[in-house]
Design a binder for this molecule. Structure first.
Ligand SMILES: Nc1ncnc2c1ncn2[C@@H]1O[C@H](COP(=O)(O)OP(=O)(O)OP(=O)(O)O)[C@@H](O)[C@H]1O
Length: 604
């Protein structure tokens, strides 16, 4: 199938092209080599059985017309000869029927296994990709790759498109047998293959291009759908239904146009093949008729070649049809590859250092600078030390870099410059698992998975219900959870939409507390909470903070008062630090923010 592949990759600048992709698939196929070998061994009798049938029919005609026949019929009478041919035909039919079923089952089975393996690898890989990747990749795009693209690859196998090898083998077998029968007619038919192949190659290249484009548009469509469903309340509140529908229509139309192009090129291929099969039969009749008139050809062989003319282009037509699917599959592999080759930039060191089991909790930032984009620093040359057990509040205007500090601390991003250490060990020298057990993080809008409250607290670890209850009792949360309709087994709807922000944060408290981290990192919820939940949060926080180092993005005065030192950030720089009283007397940014809070504008 080499003549069909390899055109479109140049546009994408991917060295190695389709062969590279096939090699990639090959790596997965190696796991199933026994099944594959069996499937390929079955190909030979299958292709042979298909190619030999026209010869047998040609021989029948020669036998009846008393023309010279092949050696295996020469010694037989007409009746014996016909019986023998009928028997041979029956054998070829039985071979084709039985082997084709087994062969296609084997190939599909392997194909589905490979697809499942790729899907799993893709998912595993996406989960370890750095945050910077998610910052620049829309969710819809990732979802399309994990679903539609993997599915397109699965289709290649499910529809038996990999049976393409049968067609290639059949074409080769037919070509060999044709040459053995009559070389002039064989040559004529094979020469006809050249322009057809050229045309098909061209249409396939166009198809591939349109197919890639249509998948890109589908990604955009999915991104838009996903955003609109997630933000449906904003869509409705701001009356954006018509405008968003207009945006959707535009992408939908573009998608439609690209799909249209793929259909056009696909149809062009089928049309070319229909046309060429007729031309081939006509050419065989003309050249063959001329040979028959010159007594250089028997009627039997001419009949075989009329059948060959159809049989040769049949597998080619099949090939083209399957190839369309394979092209979509290759496009899918290409897009999947793009993700699989994304580097996992935040890795564990080869020999990670171990944090002390007891005590500690000292955090040290040394000349740390960081930017989401290289030219724009969100954190500039931060230097500070937080002593074990010390509680720090981070405050500053919006966009000052508070969240960035905590993201760096748990190594969701790496600094461009400088060093962050915990208990004297550079966090890059720690296993990420250890670091994240040591540093417990509670984000502003804690994410809850579908499941129940209990599973959202244990998150797959083997804590018993008793252990969870012991923690929630310590945090004074047990009563709140027990009062929910099904207590710890109350189902959590998607993203926790049946719980309030405050309630979600309380669950996040329990989730972190049970892991007993040495350092607590907390981004307080900004939403105003009702008095009851606020009180619960404050008591739980009080317990959580005991004997732990804590860094809190503080939005509440009650929290700020309780901390040892306050760090005031502005434009990524630490501009003030000290206790509440010290900072108030300094009359700087903190004092200003504090005054604003009293006027009801918030410190965060
Ligand atoms: N994922 C991101 N990609 C690119 N830029 C980002 C990203 N997250 C934050 N920024 C930028 O980095 C700067 C610091 O943002 P950060 O979220 O740390 O501020 P913050 O002080 O936590 O703000 P807020 O109080 O509003 O949460 C801002 O200018 C912001 O626009």
């Amino acid at each position: 199938m080499g003549f069909f592949v390899g055109q479109y990759s140049a546009k994408l600048g991917r060295p190695g092209g389709d062969w590279q992709l096939l090699k990639h698939l090959g790596r997965y196929a190696v796991h199933y080599r026994k099944l594959l070998v069996l499937a390929f061994v079955l190909l030979l009798p299958l292709a042979f059985a298909s190619a030999i049938q026209p010869v047998l029919i040609g021989q029948t005609i020669s036998l009846i017309r008393q023309e010279p026949v092949a050696a295996f019929l020469a010694q037989r009478s007409l009746a014996q000869g016909l019986q023998f041919i009928a028997l041979l035909l029956l054998v070829t039919v039985i071979l084709r029927l039985s082997l084709q079923g087994i062969q296609s089952y084997l190939i599909q089975k392997v194909g589905q296994n490979i697809t499942a393996d790729i899907r799993q690898d893709l998912f595993n890989h996406v989960l370890v990709l750095p945050m910077t990747y998610f910052d620049r990749t829309p969710v819809g795009k990732l979802i399309t790759r994990l679903t539609s693209d993997v599915e397109a690859l699965g289709d290649v196998f499910a529809t038996g498109a990999v049976g393409i090898l049968i067609d290639i083998f059949t074409i080769i077998a037919i070509a060999v047998i044709m040459f053995m029968e009559q070389w002039i007619l064989a040559l004529v038919l094979l020469v006809l293959l050249i322009p057809v192949t050229g045309l098909i190659t061209y249409f396939q290249a166009q198809f591939r291009k349109a197919n890639y484009q249509s998948r890109e548009e589908l990604s955009r469509l999915n991104t838009l759908i996903q955003e609109n469903i997630q933000g449906v309340n904003i869509v409705q509140i701001f009356g954006r239904e018509r405008y968003n529908s207009y945006l959707f229509r535009k992408i939908n139309q573009r998608y439609n146009r690209e799909v249209d192009k793929t259909i056009f090129h696909d149809s062009a291929i089928s049309a070319t093949l229909e046309w060429i099969a007729l031309v081939a039969t006509a050419v065989v009749l003309i050249v063959g008729g001329w040979l028959v008139l010159g007594d250089n050809l028997t009627f039997g062989v001419l009949a075989s070649f009329i059948l060959f003319a159809q049989r040769l282009f049949d597998p080619l037509r099949e090939l083209a049809e399957k190839f369309t699917l394979i092209q979509s599959g290759l496009t899918a592999v290409e897009r999947i590859q793009e993700i699989l080759t994304q580097p996992v930039s935040i890795r564990d060191p080869l020999v990670p250092l171990i944090l002390p089991a007891q005590g500690g909790g000292k955090i040290h930032f040394e000349g740390v600078s960081f930017g989401y984009k290289n030219d724009e620093l969100a954190i500039k040359n931060l230097d500070f030390t937080i002593q074990p057990g010390e509680k720090i509040a981070l405050v500053g205007p919006t966009g000052a870099g508070k969240s960035s500090v905590i993201r760096l601390m748990c190594r969701l991003y790496e600094p461009n410059q400088g060093r962050i250490s915990i208990d004297g060990i550079d966090i890059r020298q720690l296993a990420q698992g250890d670091l994240r057990r040591y540093v417990g993080v509670i984000l502003q809008d804690p994410f809850l998975f579908s499941g129940d409250i209990l599973s959202n607290i244990v998150l797959g670890e083997s804590y018993s219900l008793e252990a969870v209850e012991a923690i929630t009792q310590q945090l004074n949360l047990h009563e709140f959870i027990a009062s929910l309709p099904q207590g710890y087994h109350t189902p959590v709807r998607q993203r926790g939409s049946n719980l309030s922000t405050g309630q979600k944060q309380l669950i996040a408290f329990a989730r972190v507390a049970i892991r007993q981290p040495r350092i607590l990192v907390l981004d307080e919820a900004t939403a105003s909470l009702d008095v009851g939940t606020e009180a619960l949060i404050q008591t739980a926080l009080q317990t959580l903070l005991q004997q732990r180092t804590a860094v809190i993005i503080a939005h509440r005065l009650s929290t700020i008062r309780r901390v040892d030192r306050i760090f005031v950030l502005k434009s990524g720089q630490l501009i003030e630090s000290g206790s509440h009283q010290e900072l108030l007397t300094q009359q700087g940014l903190y004092a200003h923010l504090h005054r604003m809070q009293f006027q009801g504008a918030g410190v965060g």
